[in-house]
Write a protein of this length. Structure first.
Length: 281
């Protein structure tokens, strides 16, 4: 007979990184609720939203303090003092998984440097929520959080990301989504975009369409709610560059095997793409 012993956590001197719902409060995990009930202090990006969550599940008498990008460095010292005094601390973001484009990174780094235990309590993330209904392959992708603010910097950012050959995911606000789509349209009208708006909420909307069609949709109605966006990267932005390298290597009598090996590594391309070109030319 095998006896399994479950050792309960003391909840002392631990920093918990807790994922909270992105919209529907029923998406909270049982473990997240357990930890929120046990910890001494909760640091929240938006205390008002966190208090709504705590009230919903009758979690009372908690010390809830703000932790956002403007006061993160200021709060580091207090959190360190609390942990060193055997208090348990939780960090929650406005919604979703902390540190995914949310504050807390510096505090987690500090805890690792001080050999303090950091415990993830996984759950909802807007990124993984959209990935779960993504209609194109995503074994490899790039998530870039929020994009550059200026138009030219954002366009250059997209061009550099598209050169990787990987699909791109990012967050966007309702007041910028239309201008962001127009920048993508300047790059290529053939890009197909997956948009998740108000994910898990009552007015949830998931759209997959070419970028000109999406521009038309959001020009006709005012965008409302937070957006999570996926760009299907079918473009071959590096084509002129790698074809030039291929032709040069051929002129120098490199074997196809060496050409494929070099080009795929340099441009981060799939081997079959280069193989097909060599075979047809």
């Amino acid at each position: 007979m095998v006896i399994i012993l479950y050792v309960s956590s003391t909840f002392l001197k631990m920093l918990y990184i807790i994922a909270t719902p992105i919209g529907n409060l029923e998406d909270i995990t049982l473990r997240a609720l357990k930890v929120l009930r046990k910890v001494n202090y909760i640091f929240a990006e938006d205390t008002r939203r966190t208090i709504v969550l705590l009230k919903k599940f009758k979690i009372k008498n908690k010390k809830v303090e703000s932790l956002h990008k403007f006061n993160e460095f200021k709060k580091q010292g207090k959190i360190l003092d609390l942990l060193n005094n055997n208090e348990s601390v939780a960090i929650v973001s406005d919604a979703g998984t902390p540190l995914v484009s949310d504050p807390g990174e510096n505090i987690v780094k500090m805890c690792f440097e001080k050999n303090l235990k950091v415990v993830p309590v996984p759950g909802v993330s807007a990124l993984t929520t959209l990935l779960s209904v993504c209609p194109f392959e995503n074994k490899e992708f790039i998530f870039t959080g929020f994009l550059e603010k200026s138009k030219q910097k954002m366009k250059n950012q997209f061009l550099n990301l598209l050169k990787t050959g990987k699909n791109i995911f990012f967050f966007e606000s309702p007041n910028r989504i239309l201008s962001t789509l127009k920048i993508l349209n300047e790059i290529s009208e053939n890009l197909k975009i997956l948009i998740g708006r108000e994910l898990t909420k009552y007015h949830e909307e998931i759209i997959y369409n070419k970028v000109p069609n999406l521009i038309e949709i959001f020009e006709k109605k005012t965008p409302i709610g937070e957006f999570t966006v996926g760009v299907r990267n079918d473009l071959d932005i590096n084509k002129d560059e790698y074809l030039k390298d291929i032709n040069l290597m051929r002129s120098l009598s490199f074997s196809n095997r060496d050409i494929i090996s070099f080009i795929t590594k340099k441009y981060n391309l799939k081997k079959n793409k280069i193989y097909e070109y060599l075979k047809d030319n």
